[in-house]
Design a protein around this ligand. Structure first.
Ligand code: 4AD
Length: 605
């Protein structure tokens, strides 16, 4: 025994095993009869190899065990127990052929012998397990003592933030210009790799990432012991160029001489790394969007999103197109009633806007060409990879133009914005990483009349959902549209949709009034990213359109007035920012391109 007073679990178990072995002989000679058993006062335990169950059985007659070993184990003999089975209980066994007669007989001598053997095996594995448990417990205790000692030692290592040594507070994007300078940076620990003599930290501050190297006393502090990813830290040191043959973000690294944790992120079971794994379920990912946004892909998409909006604003500004901010709460629909979010606050039905188009049209006479970048809301009833219930809608309205001008404008805006992004070092690097095969669209875009598209679909075996051919007047469903676009493999301007498929405000084609001066821009991989048209300019035609669509004209008085007070040809479009990004960055779904995407059943976080 290792301890004078207390035997360990292992010792108890070993002792029990040896006692059990010597008891085998006695057990075999017990030879108890069934009657004796009943009289013995011992508990009776039932075993039925066929009908019993070791997992759900209790040993009662109506819930027997399947094996005598499980029955024995259910008696919870302690490891120290030298009890033979017969000393603990009476084992009654039912053979398959006596189930009907419900005949239970006492366990046979040979089955008893087998049982004692199995108990021996079980005890041995128990001994092993107990030994393993004791070893692990010893190791854990030793580690705890070691850790406590390390923490004691670490407490005495205190880094000094020497105020006499200047350190310029800066953001990481600026450090490549500060080689040789001492800088102070605050950010989050994106990654860290502790080594024996160095800690490599990649710190992120929202502008870029920086590799930081901690050595000497810097890795001996309490903070060094407590460091976890996603903790906020302050690091101070000298910026150096990375050594020949090595790489780091921005080509520089920080040799840290002072640092501290500002806010420690949890480790262990709550550690950041454990919360989002590549195989994490999609709905958990959505719940943890606030954490996912810290990841490299989501950050990259959001960075390009910001640069994309800036590029559009830049190209609008270059054309003297003015930005306006129309209301999001409205009392008219633009794209039909079926996707309206309705709410009751104003004493009359009101909605979240589906499109700012009608409002843009109203300011053409004052501001000329206008645009807005505003959230639009659609109570979409379908869950597709390109539909959100709230999305960022970039809309423009241009005055004194013809349909061809609208198409030319759209084409040049898209191409110029792509050029701006490819000329931007940050955006182009991200596009290269996320969409290495990206080819800027070639001008002119293919212009495909709706009627020719129907022909194309039929000639290429792209059917409707019900398997039949498309006919003129049919809506081209998302799947068919995407198939065609992917086959053609380049941007398409699908034009001249039938009047009955489109919104009430679209200008009819002069040559075929059942069709409209309308356009959808389709991009490979996504399908429609832009919807636009020329607008009805004539008062009477507009009134007739309201009537045809069953829309009461009164709430639209302010929109109709544009046709009264100096009407003119005009047109515009709406571009889905998330869809455009999904195309540019080759994302599977628009959900990846929205900061906090909303779709049917999801408005959290
Ligand atoms: O084709 P839509 O419905 O057109 C309009 O709303 C016009 N009033 C715009 C205008 O002419 N000013 O929508 C325009 C674009 C679509 O091409 C698509 O890119 C995007 O908005 N879009 C959506 N994006 C994500 N989720 C949804 N549910 C979307 N619905 C439309």
């Amino acid at each position: 025994m290792s301890n004078a007073s207390q035997p360990t679990i292992v010792e108890q178990a070993q002792d029990a095993a040896s006692k059990l072995a010597t008891a085998v002989q006695d057990t075999l000679s017990l030879g108890t009869s069934s009657e004796d058993a009943a009289k013995s006062g011992l508990p009776v335990i039932y075993v039925d190899e066929k009908a019993g169950s070791d997992s759900t059985g209790t040993g009662a007659e109506l819930a027997p065990f399947a094996t005598p070993l499980a029955a024995y184990q259910s008696l919870r003999p302690t490891p120290a127990s030298d009890a033979t089975p017969s000393a603990l209980a009476t084992f009654l066994v039912r053979k398959p052929d006596s189930v009907e007669r419900n005949e239970w007989v006492e366990i046979s001598a040979s089955a008893k012998k087998k049982l004692v053997k199995s108990i021996g095996g079980w005890r041995k594995s128990e001994v092993k397990l107990a030994a393993e448990g004791e070893r692990l417990e010893k190791e854990r205790k030793a580690q705890e003592e070691k850790d406590a000692l390390r923490r004691e030692e670490a407490k005495s290592v205190v880094l000094v933030d020497d105020p006499s040594k200047e350190a310029k507070k800066t953001k990481i994007y600026a450090v490549p210009e500060l080689i040789g300078s001492r800088v102070r940076i605050q950010g989050w620990v994106h990654r860290f790799r502790p080594q024996k003599t160095n800690y490599f930290l990649v710190v992120r501050d929202g502008t870029a990432m920086l590799q930081c190297i901690l050595t000497g006393d810097c890795i001996k502090t309490l903070d060094a012991l407590d460091l976890t990813t996603e903790s906020t830290v302050e690091v101070v040191g000298t910026i150096e160029k990375v050594k020949e043959g090595q790489t780091a973000p921005g080509g520089v690294e920080l040799l840290v001489d002072y640092w501290k944790i500002i806010g420690r992120a949890p480790g262990g079971s709550e550690a950041f790394e454990g919360r989002l794994q590549p195989d994490t379920d999609a709905s958990i990912r959505a719940d943890l969007r606030h954490l996912e946004l810290r990841g490299e892909i989501a950050t990259s998409v959001m960075r390009v999103r910001a640069l994309l909006l800036r590029a559009f604003r830049d190209r609008f500004h270059a054309r003297r197109i003015t930005e306006v901010t129309p209301p999001c709460m409205v009392q008219t629909s633009v794209e039909g009633g079926s996707t309206l979010f309705e709410f009751d606050y104003y004493g009359a039905p009101a909605y979240l806007t589906q499109s700012s188009q009608l409002y843009l049209e109203t300011v053409l006479p004052s501001l000329g060409d206008v645009y807005c970048i505003q959230e639009s809301f659609r109570a979409e009833k379908s869950l597709t990879r390109r539909h959100l219930s709230e999305y960022t809608h970039l809309e423009a309205e241009l005055v004194f133009i013809q349909f061809k001008d609208l198409l030319d404008h759209l084409e040049s805006m898209i191409c110029e914005v792509v050029d701006v992004l490819l000329a931007d070092p940050v955006a182009s690097e991200i596009i290269k990483t996320l969409n290495p095969d990206f080819v800027p669209p070639q001008r002119p875009f293919m212009r495909l009349d709706y009627r020719d598209a129907v022909k194309y679909l039929n000639e290429h075996g792209i059917t409707k959902e019900d398997g039949t051919d498309h006919v003129i007047g049919d809506d081209i469903a998302e799947a068919a549209e995407r198939k065609m676009t992917d086959q053609i493999g380049r941007p398409i301007m699908l034009i001249h949709f039938p009047k009955l498929l489109k919104a009430f405000y679209m200008q009819p084609l002069a040559s075929a009034p059942d069709f409209t001066e309308s356009v959808d821009v389709l991009m490979p991989g996504v399908g429609e990213v832009v919807g636009g048209s020329m607008r009805i300019t004539d008062y009477d035609t507009l009134m007739a359109a309201y009537k045809r669509e069953g829309i009461p004209s009164e709430p639209y008085y302010w929109f109709t007035d544009q046709r009264k007070y100096g009407t003119t040809e005009h047109g515009g479009y709406g571009l889905g920012v998330e869809r455009f990004l999904a195309w540019l960055l080759k994302r599977y779904t628009v959900r990846e391109c929205s900061l906090y995407p909303r779709w049917m059943g999801r408005a959290t976080p």
